[in-house]
Design a protein around this ligand. Sequence first.
Ligand code: PLP
Ligand code: TYF
Length: 397
Amino acid sequence: MFEHVDAYPGDPILTLNENFQKDPRQDKINLSIGIYFDDDGRLPVMKAVREAEASMLNDLGPKPYLPMSGFAPYRDVVQALVFGEQCAARAEKRIATVQTLGGSGALKVGADFLKRYFPQAQVWVSDPTWENHRFIFERAGFTVNTYPYYDDATGGLRFDAMLAAIDALAPRSIVVLHACCHNPTGVDLSNAQWEQLIDVLQKRELLPFVDIAYQGFGSNLDDDAFAVRELTRRGVPMLVANSFSKNFSLYGERCGGLSVLCQSAEEADRVLGQMTSAVRSNYSNPPTHGAKIVTKVLTTPALNQMWRDELAAMCRRIADMRVAIHDRLSAHLSGEALSRYIKQRGMFTYTGLDAEQVDRLREQYGVYILRSGRMCVAGLNERNVAPVAEAIAHVLA
Ligand code: PLP
Ligand code: TYF
């Protein structure tokens, strides 16, 4: 029956992560997968999350299905956090939000919704991007193309080329954008560049699909949402996929949201209905536990503040590690090759190492980064930063 089923080669990031787990070396270092580890190299449980869960234990009860669109108070906190408490479009009920299974689920539900109502459109993603962007949109039936983004030579952005490519797209093309902390390069647009890009998106009547998976890891929760909030202020219809996997350290609870900015409350109602229909035909309704945690934290002032402080500390720790590896590599690298460690933002940096150097880093020194040269700087800590820098210096020598 299943003779014709091909073997799945696996996802390169997850396979590398599994190989790391199997590596018997004591001093191995995992800078591959996009997960935030604390200074002891452990996956943190945030204190605000622990307290929310503890209080939830007191009112254990029946476990009915959630509505297809998700837990209503959760959908509201998603909007407040991503679009801002004071957002006019939110007050006017022009934003349609559903709870999703992480950011991935938001992308998938959004892609299915778009395929139904924009069947002729094509999708444009940055070169490079998170690999799953391509897979999700292709599986939803779209042709996926790339626009220029990363400049290998400088470790920066090819902004002019990016803008020119987007300026040449057909109306209603779908443009996938990373709001902050670009995965895999760590290279983001400045606010001034966002303004220029939004001019083009507006002029060309393009449809942005903003992916915000790292809110709070670039500068802070508000500044990291600049793109979403500015697109909203300027009235550009768009989709937004957000994730709490990283900023709540709730990876396995699958907490995310899909929001669509509409022109009227009535339009938002219809759009919400069709997003709900996309959920129904995928998995009927989302899980409860993670959504309750996030809602509890964000709606309890003391927990909300505790969470913001913890997230800010995580963001600072990453910035400190960027400086630490930068300083340790300064004897071996210079110019752009060195400054990218502090200029790039969020959990990832493109090191500029080639695949052969990455292989040597892993085989000889037990340091795991992706073959693209992407390093998860959120895996660095006070103990491993020196050996990592030394290993990089060796493979570059
Ligand atoms: N979008 C980007 C850019 C990501 O890097 C990730 C996760 O690594 C996601 C979306 C998906 O997040 P989630 O794990 O919540 O599905
Ligand atoms: O490291 C990354 O870029 C991500 C991590 O279901 C990841 O691919 C792994 C599994 C998953 C979602 C994201």
